[in-house]
Design a protein. Structure first.
Length: 291
């Protein structure tokens, strides 16, 4: 599987729980599970990750790449004031900010559209959306070249989700940061992405622009996802569920991972791994979902 994120670009990694989206993002920071076996290569800003020393990984995580997690409460110290938390993050950021951490904390607070009074408050006094903005400010503290956002809007209401998406897009353009946005929501991915990568069973099965993906999906799994997504223009009860279940991640795969659930499969699908490319399928299809 090949996944690239350029400077100032947003790439979304989408689909169902257990497909490997979060593990992919964490691997970019060298945060693989204990005992995990790694192969291939991961490079962030020209630096190899899989062969990095502990010191190089610390530098990577504190200067080059940052992560915004799904639950901001788990990433923010509950007993500290927000200002103290951001100032501490600034002191461990780029040398340019360590001499004036309070100014950097105020700058980032303003960048994520939080009032300055938030710096005097504690986490329990803020809403979920405001806490997520604090987490985003913390991640941006060192001016990272890569920002990894692991389902940052899942716990938010629809209005706050839209505000967070708009904020991330604005910050990406302002700081020219590459953004890997992980979500299970295809509509959110379309709202922020330059490219969308659809993942199934640990493999990227299709990569396309949002317009291409929504109007003419080419992988049967992508098409099935879109057909199973509620839409206002569809008649009630017109959703088409995907039959079967995802493969067991502990069982070695032969052939295409989606083969047993795919209506277009042939014998080659269960015998041979699909070729790598924008569409990892032996029989890529073009389906008009508006027909």
């Amino acid at each position: 599987m090949t996944l690239t994120v350029g400077a100032g670009e947003t790439v979304s990694l989408v689909r169902e729980s257990g497909s490997g989206k979060s593990l992919t993002a964490r691997s970019a920071l060298g945060l693989t599970p204990a005992g995990a076996r790694s192969s291939g290569s991961i490079t962030v800003a020209g630096q190899p990750v899989l062969t990095a020393t502990p010191g190089e990984l610390r530098t990577l995580r504190s200067h080059t790449a940052s992560m915004v997690f799904q639950d901001p409460k788990a990433a923010i110290k509950p007993l500290h004031r927000i200002g103290d938390f951001l100032v501490e993050a600034a002191r461990h950021a780029q040398p340019a900010y360590t001499s004036a951490p309070h100014a950097r904390a105020r700058e980032l607070c303003e960048a994520v559209r939080l009032p300055e009074r938030v710096l005097r408050q504690r986490p329990h006094e803020l809403s979920g959306g405001m806490l997520q903005r604090v987490a985003i400010a913390t991640a941006l503290m060192p001016d990272p070249q890569l920002l990894l956002a692991d389902e940052p809007t899942t716990a938010l209401d629809a209005t706050t989700q839209a505000e967070t998406i708009a904020l991330l897009a604005d910050l990406r353009d302002r700081f020219h940061t590459g953004l890997l946005f992980i979500t299970h929501d295809l509509d959110l991915a379309a709202a922020i992405s330059n490219r969308i990568c659809v993942m199934y069973a640990g493999h990227i099965v299709e990569t396309a622009t949002p317009d291409q993906l929504f109007s003419r999906p080419r992988h049967p799994y992508t098409a099935a996802l879109l057909q199973a997504t509620p839409r206002l223009h569809r008649k009630a009860g017109h959703l088409t569920p995907i039959p079967g279940s995802p493969p067991d991640p502990d069982t070695p795969l032969t052939g295409c991972a989606f083969a047993l659930r795919c209506p277009h499969r042939t014998d080659i699908c269960t015998r041979q791994t699909p070729p790598a490319g924008p569409v990892a399928c032996h029989h890529s299809v073009t389906l008009d979902l508006h027909a």
